[in-house]
Write a protein of this length. Structure first.
Ligand SMILES: *[C@@H]1O[C@H](CO)[C@@H](O)[C@H](O)[C@H]1NC(C)=O
Ligand SMILES: *[C@@H]1O[C@H](CO)[C@@H](O)[C@H](O)[C@H]1NC(C)=O
Ligand SMILES: *[C@@H]1O[C@H](CO)[C@@H](O)[C@H](O)[C@H]1NC(C)=O
Ligand SMILES: *[C@@H]1O[C@H](CO)[C@@H](O)[C@H](O)[C@H]1NC(C)=O
Ligand SMILES: *[C@@H]1O[C@H](CO)[C@@H](O)[C@H](O)[C@H]1NC(C)=O
Length: 526
């Protein structure tokens, strides 16, 4: 048995630097609290899962699958030799005992994601204990445990260090998002699943799927089967069953899918199948506000969405609307005059009508900030305003009593290749928001991978590791966050290398987004 020392993780800095040792406690994102010793145990050949004392019985197999992924991840890296005779039984970890209070495994916004992970100083046989309110908290605990397991080249077994330990953890924000855009470039299902996998490793929990835009409409809409005529090509499409597969794949990893249709701008591709959605053939967007068919189509899409996208929210866009086509097209202009609406009033009319359709399907709504900036007091109280343009917008939104998601483009847009991981790490969603009641209205933040310049060849290295830097900001308690990103460089480098080991093409830290390694050297130093 190794020499025991004990250090308590009161502060992140002290943990990361003072207690790092050879193997370090390279957890990412950093949990709420960690205390640990210095003993080492080895995973036994038949390290198993048991549920002693748990209410949850895992009928859906979510936990069993999560555990199988844990073992795959931990064992994939090297070939363990379990015939080693270096030690006796008492240093073997027999398995993981999971105790979950809730019988329910419905994933929804605000689900309890907390967990406690511990290994006692003594015991025979030895078990890891994972306690959580819900299976989704337990999945986070498995991710943390996976980061504590290391292959040891002397014993050739998987070691767990710093025993005994107790990790108590819970997220700071309940909405921790990543946007992908499948309208500017199509992304294959396996590619999307890889993104979801790495989101689970980083404890992000909302995949915002910006499915369609002006350039293409790749998704099947059974109610309006010609909409996907707007796909780039016949093969660059998703069936509804594909969408259901993505939703299910994400759900089983504790990740909700926020589907977006961006209206009335960003919707030119809709008219490929249904040209009457355009104001005219010469003036093709925004969607024709004067045509009842436009709202029928939105209703049909959301009714189809409701069968597959089970998240509480749907995103209705509402950004960058240039309404000039409405005035310059004769029949729309006539409608405007008959209804005594100018262009900006018609924009408001459109957004609010689309909101009501979403509400009628049981959704709460996310809209980009322009809707708030133009007619904030008119928005449904069930609106979450998605900040992207300006500073100080979140502050105004919560001041008006609405909820907000922060994605300010100067810091959290992944397509901005000159934005560094340090910028992503330091972007604080609660800047200038001091009242606790207003702070609660900031439900979280989201990093955005707009798709103009990413396809299957460069998606992963543009997202990672910068999205992971933001993930710690969204997960870890404010008091534990580093005030200087230098203090987390080593730990993030470890996480980046872990992503690479798990088959995710995360880019080096040295440099802004998507750079290649600069020179020969260790993964941990680049
Ligand atoms: C380990 O031992 C078992 C049983 O003694 C044997 O069947 C197996 O081949 C051994 N594995 C290795 C890698 O030596
Ligand atoms: C299991 O459920 C019962 C009844 O709701 C509750 O009293 C008990 O505390 C739960 N067990 C755990 C481990 O949470
Ligand atoms: C709005 O669109 C019209 C034509 O569709 C274009 O002439 C005009 O420049 C656009 N305005 C802005 C601010 O982009
Ligand atoms: C549209 O009408 C509103 C009043 O209903 C007015 O405040 C606004 O300035 C008008 N917009 C334009 C572009 O004329
Ligand atoms: C916070 O407030 C300061 C001072 O008013 C301002 O300069 C800064 O831009 C604000 N930051 C954000 C993110 O709103």
């Amino acid at each position: 048995m190794k020499v025991r020392f004990f250090c308590l993780g009161f502060t992140l800095v002290w943990l990361a630097v003072g207690c790092a040792g050879i193997h370090g406690l390279n957890l990412w994102p950093m949990p709420k609290s960690v205390s640990h010793g210095g003993q080492t145990l080895y995973m036994s050949k038949d390290f198993g899962l048991r549920y002693e004392g748990s209410n949850y019985t895992d009928a859906s197999g979510i936990l069993k699958d999560g555990f199988a992924r844990l073992l795959d991840g931990v064992e994939a890296d090297h070939v363990a030799d379990y015939n080693s005779t270096h030690f006796d039984h008492s240093v073997l970890l027999q398995g993981l005992n999971v105790i979950i209070s809730s019988f329910n495994d419905q994933l929804q916004f605000g689900v309890d994601e907390s967990y406690k992970l511990s290994i006692a100083a003594t015991g025979n046989p030895r078990y890891v204990y994972l306690e959580a309110q819900t299976v989704y908290g337990a999945l986070h605990g498995l991710q943390t445990f996976s980061q504590l397991c290391h292959f040891d080249f002397t014993t050739r077994m998987v070691e767990v260090h710093q025993i005994p330990f107790t990790i108590i953890d819970t997220p700071r924000f309940s909405y921790r998002g990543l946007l992908i855009d499948t309208a500017r470039h199509y992304q294959s299902l396996p590619m999307i699943k890889n993104v979801i996998d790495a989101m689970a490793y980083s404890k992000l929990n909302v995949l915002h799927w910006h499915i369609v835009d002006s350039q293409s409409f790749p998704l099947e809409i059974p109610s309006y089967p010609k909409l996907w005529n707007g796909a780039f090509s016949p093969s660059e499409r998703y069936t509804m069953a594909d969408a259901a597969e993505i939703v299910q794949y994400a759900q089983r990893r504790g990740i909700n899918v926020l589907a977006e249709i961006d209206v009335p701008g960003h919707a030119l591709s809709w008219g490929t199948g249904y040209p009457s959605l355009w104001p005219s053939r010469d003036c093709q967007q925004p969607l024709d506000v004067s045509n009842e068919f436009t709202f029928k189509v939105i209703d049909g899409i959301l009714s189809d969405f409701r069968k597959v996208f089970e998240f509480r929210f749907v995103h209705l866009g509402g950004d960058e609307v240039n309404t000039s086509c409405w005035s310059t097209t004769a029949h729309v202009n006539k409608w405007l005059r008959e209804h005594h609406l100018n262009e900006s009033e018609a924009y408001q009319y459109f957004v609010l009508r689309a909101q009501n359709i979403a509400l009628s399907h049981g959704y709460e709504i996310v809209n980009w900030e322009e809707t708030f900036n133009n007619f904030g007091s008119k928005l449904s109280p069930k609106t979450v305003v998605h900040n992207w343009l300006g500073r100080g917008v979140a502050q105004q939104v919560v001041g008006k009593g609405l909820r907000c998601i922060v994605s300010n483009q100067d810091k959290w847009y992944l397509d901005h290749l000159d934005t560094t991981w340090q910028d992503f790490y330091m972007n604080e969603p609660l800047t200038n928001i001091t009242y606790p009641t207003q702070q609660k209205l900031v439900i979280g933040g989201e990093v955005c991978m707009w798709g103009e310049h990413v396809d299957g060849s460069d998606l992963e290295q543009t997202i990672w590791p910068r999205a992971a830097a933001a993930a710690e900001r969204l997960w870890t308690p404010y008091e534990n966050l580093a005030t200087d990103p230098k203090k987390v460089t080593g730990r993030l480098a470890h996480f980046r290398c872990l992503l690479n080991q798990r088959g995710i093409a995360a880019a080096p830290l040295a440099g802004p987004g998507r750079v290649a390694p600069d020179e020969p050297g260790s993964c941990y130093k680049q």
